[in-house]
Design a protein. Structure first.
Length: 277
């Protein structure tokens, strides 16, 4: 799918990848993508690298080892007591959320996604992976509420799920023994989580975000990895009351195997009597 600058359209306020990511960065956390490599408040350190280097030789093993150290410090055990597959699984889920969240938001809100080849990352000890849009390049992704979710889902599946996360999953499995089902579930959880956040903070785009998430979960890449249930009423300090679509994945990220780790709210292992982390 070709990458191009998005043509100007007087009916929309945003015309380029740069202005789109600046807008959706207001959602915070995993949605933030900087456009200034020298910004003093940009997280991380060291040079900006291409995305495939995240799971490249040497770097991925070091990141998994660092995650084991971070988890060990958190629960007062040694890094050797943290299972490599637990650290790798949670690290992969963070990567999936980091790559899925901003492109889902820009697709839903602005009808485009930043070209993955124009994205860069750099080292960070904890927290979301810092991302930079190095060039103002975008790929068109027709907005779900204007054209239905299918076209946008096809674009995101090709560019992000297949183009980035599948090679990353292969590298993770080469580094640590991990079930493909676990990694697919991690991606599915990230898709659902991104939709919930968009729904909470941009409620006017909530139905489109949910429709896009459902379409992505129906793609060959994620089919069978989880499903949405009946919506429930929730309250947000920022957005007040709104309807949130519940999601249950068909696997577990393994975080519960860390002492005191608990289970996520969408975990297949969660029972009604157990608290979610």
């Amino acid at each position: 799918m070709p990458s191009s600058r998005v043509p100007r359209d007087p009916s929309t306020a945003v015309h380029t990848a740069r202005t789109a990511v600046t807008d959706i960065a207001l959602l915070g956390g995993f949605f933030a993508v900087t456009t200034d490599p020298e910004a003093p408040d940009t997280a991380g350190e060291g040079p900006w690298r291409s995305l495939p280097e995240v799971w490249g030789p040497g770097i991925l093993g070091a990141r998994i080892a660092n995650t084991r150290r971070v988890f060990a410090d958190r629960v007062d055990i040694t890094p050797e007591q943290v299972e490599p597959r637990v650290a790798a699984s949670v690290l992969y889920q963070g990567l999936a959320a980091r790559l899925v969240s901003p492109v889902m938001a820009t697709a839903v809100v602005h009808g485009l996604v930043p070209d993955p080849a124009a994205l860069r990352w750099r080292t960070v000890t904890t927290g979301p992976l810092p991302l930079l849009l190095a060039e103002d390049r975008a790929v068109l992704a027709p907005r779900p509420h204007d054209h239905g979710p299918g076209a946008a889902a096809e674009t995101l599946e090709k560019l992000i799920l297949q183009g980035l996360l599948e090679p990353a999953a292969t590298a993770f499995r080469d580094e640590v023994k991990l079930s493909p089902k676990v990694l697919r579930g991690n991606t599915a959880s990230s898709v659902a989580g991104a939709a919930r956040r968009i729904e909470e903070l941009r409620p006017e785009h909530g139905p489109a975000a949910h429709a896009l998430a459902e379409a992505l979960l129906s793609t060959p890449t994620l089919s069978g990895s989880g499903e949405f249930g009946a919506p429930r009423s929730v309250r947000s300090a920022r957005s007040g009351n709104y309807r949130e679509a519940r999601f249950t994945r068909n696997s577990c990220c393994l975080y519960y195997r860390l002492p005191g780790g608990g289970k996520c709210a969408d975990c297949v292992l969660l029972r009604e009597t157990e608290p979610a982390r």
